[in-house]
Design a protein around this ligand. Structure first.
Ligand code: URA
Ligand code: SF4
Length: 211
């Protein structure tokens, strides 16, 4: 299966998933969306009211803000991948419970492997905690960190910026850095992309030391 097929397969599983209690109250599961070759993957928290109605991520007020921030950063929504740590709406938009996060994590893990993005942007503390356990968003937001084969940038959640307008300029600033950070990530990961998975690592051929 190629990346697109794998992502579609995961979405099909999510649509009928009953691995945690959130399946009982959901209307539509929200697997996430975007092109299989996206270089940037946004990971939010979980579907809200409108996402649950439509089965699509970030289509409510937070989504409108996300669209604006993307546009200001010169990115098209259609060229990034957007998803969440839990795929079904927590009732009343409550925080996801540890057991729900744990049950749903398998899907996100598989989505990350299939997409293999250069940059993961976590929106809010639940997705940040997955990659930077114990980090404080006020201390780490906007900083790009290498995590394995990719980079992770923690950002404030757009909904939090709507509730706390003081966070809005911070979030806008972090988004404005994205084009530059994407260039850096591309450059740093170039050699990774250039080596096909089957080939031995570039350090191997030592015989050239004849010179
Ligand atoms: N907030 C999220 O975290 N995710 C969505 O999809 C919508 C709002
Ligand atoms: Fe399954 Fe995730 Fe929905 Fe829980 S939140 S039912 S684990 S898709």
């Amino acid at each position: 299966m190629n990346a697109e097929e794998t992502l579609a397969q995961i979405a099909a599983e999510v649509a009928v998933c009953q691995k945690c209690a959130l399946h009982r109250s959901r209307k539509k599961a929200v697997p996430g969306e975007g092109p299989a070759n996206a270089e940037i993957m946004f990971i939010g928290e979980g579907p809200g009211f409108y996402e649950n109605e439509q089965g699509r991520p970030f289509v409510g007020a937070a989504g409108n803000l996300l669209n604006e921030l993307l546009a200001k950063a010169g990115l098209k929504r259609e060229e990034v991948w957007i998803g969440n740590v839990v795929k079904c709406r927590p009732p009343g938009n409550r925080d996801p419970l540890p057991e729900e996060l744990a049950a749903c994590d398998e899907y996100l893990e598989r989505q990350i492997v299939a997409l293999n993005p250069k940059i993961i942007i976590t929106l809010g503390r639940y997705s940040m905690n997955k990659f930077m356990p114990g980090a404080k968003i006020s201390a780490v937001h906007g900083q790009m960190r290498r995590v394995g084969a990719r980079f992770v940038i923690a950002m404030y959640h757009p909904a939090a910026a709507l509730h706390q307008p003081a966070n809005l300029p911070i979030l806008a600033q972090d988004f404005a850095l994205l084009p530059k950070l994407l260039e850096q990530a591309r450059a740093a990961l170039k050699h990774v992309a250039a080596v096909p998975a089957e080939e031995p690592p570039a350090e191997q051929p030592k015989q050239l030391s004849l010179f």
